[in-house]
Design a protein around this ligand. Sequence first.
Ligand SMILES: [Zn+2]
Length: 433
Amino acid sequence: MNTVFFKTIPLLLLVFVTTHATAQNLKLLNGSWFNGERFEKKDTMYVNEGFFSNEAPQVALDTTLDFTGKYLLPPFVEAHTHNLSSSYGLQGILQAYLEEGTFYVQVLGCSQKARTEVVEILETSKSFLEPSFSNGGITSSLGHPFMIYEPLAMGIYDPATRKDRYQEVIKSRLAQNDAYWFFDTVAEADQHWDELMKTQPDVIKIMLIDAENYQQQQKDSTFIGRKGVSPEVAQHVVEKAHKAGLRVFSHIETANDFRLGLDIGVDVFAHMPGYGYGGTGDLGKYQLTPEDFKRAATQGVAIIPTAYLALRRLPRKNTAVKEKALSAILEFQKSFFEAAAHFEIQMALGADDFGETLMKEVKYLQENGLLSNLGLLQMMTENGAKICFPDKKIGALAEGFEGSFLVLEQNPILDFSTLDNIVLRVKKGKVLH
Ligand SMILES: [Zn+2]
C-alpha cells in the first residue's frame, strides 16, 4: 500500500495513478468534504468496490490518497441537454464534460436511433459519462421539436438549406414516432403509447407552448415548429406516464403554461417561464405570482431554468438597444430566482444548447449574481441527482453513495474560479484522465 501526499508531490501522484487507473478500493485521507451545506474536514473515508464506505474494505486496498489542503465535492449533473442526441462531435462533448467535472447528463429530447448509437459508443469505451434519456418529445402535428429533428433526419444540417427545402421538410416524417410524437388527440396518445413505451424512455417529455392558445395555433401555419400539445392531451399523457411509473418533464414558455403544468401534475419544468424573454415586449405573461411559487413548492415540482438561453433572444441591433434589453432580462431573472429561493423551489441546471455544457449556464448565473456559489453547487450536485437520477446513489459524498468525486485546490463557495482547475476526477474509485 502506498500513501501519496497530494499537497507536496502532485506530479508524482499523476504518474502514480496512471498505473492504477482501475483501482476501486481506496483509502482517502484528510481534506475538506462537501456535505451539501459546507466543507467539513474528514480524517478517513474508503471507497469499497466503487462506493463510499466508513469501514475499511475486507479486501486489499489498491491505493491511498491524501487530500490534505484540498476540497472534495461530488461530480456534476447536467439536467437539460441535447448533447448525445447524435454521435456528431461526441468526442469533443465528452472531453468538455470530463474537464468541467460533469459525469451525469439528462438528454431531454433525441431520436431512439441516436440514443442506441450513442449508448453503444459510451458502453464500448467504458465512458465516465452516464446519460438518462427522455427520447422523443410529445407534441402536436408539426409542433416543436419537429423542425429541429426532421431536417436532421433528412440530412439537412444547415438552417439556410432548411429554409430552402421547407415545403419538402414539412411533408417528411422520417423521425416521427422516434424523435417526436404527434399526439393531436387523446385517442392518438392511446394508439401510440405502447410504441412509445417500447423506446424505454427514462422520463417523458411534453411540450407546452402557450398552450392556452392551442386552438388558434392549429389554424395558423406560422406556428409550425412553435406549438405543443393541447391541455387535454397534456393531462392525459401525464396520467398515462404516472401510471407507467414515469415522471413528466415539460417544456414551457409562459406563466400560464407553468400553471397548467401544476394543474395536471407535471413533475419537472424543463425551463423557467419566460426563459426566452429577450428583454423587450410584454413581460406580464412570463411573471409568476407568489401564489404560483407557493403551489409549486407545495407540490414539490422542480425547475431547470435554462436562463442563459435568453441571451440568444437579445435584439441584434445597436449596442444601446442590446444593453437595455440585457438589463431587462437580468432584472426579470433576478426577481424569479429571488422568489424561487424564498419559496425553496428545487432547481437543477442545464444549458439546453447543443454543443454547450453545464458550465455555460452555471457561469452565466454566477457571473450575473443570479444565484449564490453555494446554491449553484447544491443544484449541480445533490439537486441534479435527485431531480434527474433519483434511482442512483449519487450527488453526495457519504456512506453508500458512488465513490465519485472531484478534487479542488480552493473552497469553491469562497472562490468559484477554482472549478476551472479541477485537480483530480474519480468515478467509482477509478481515477479519470
Ligand atoms: Zn431542450
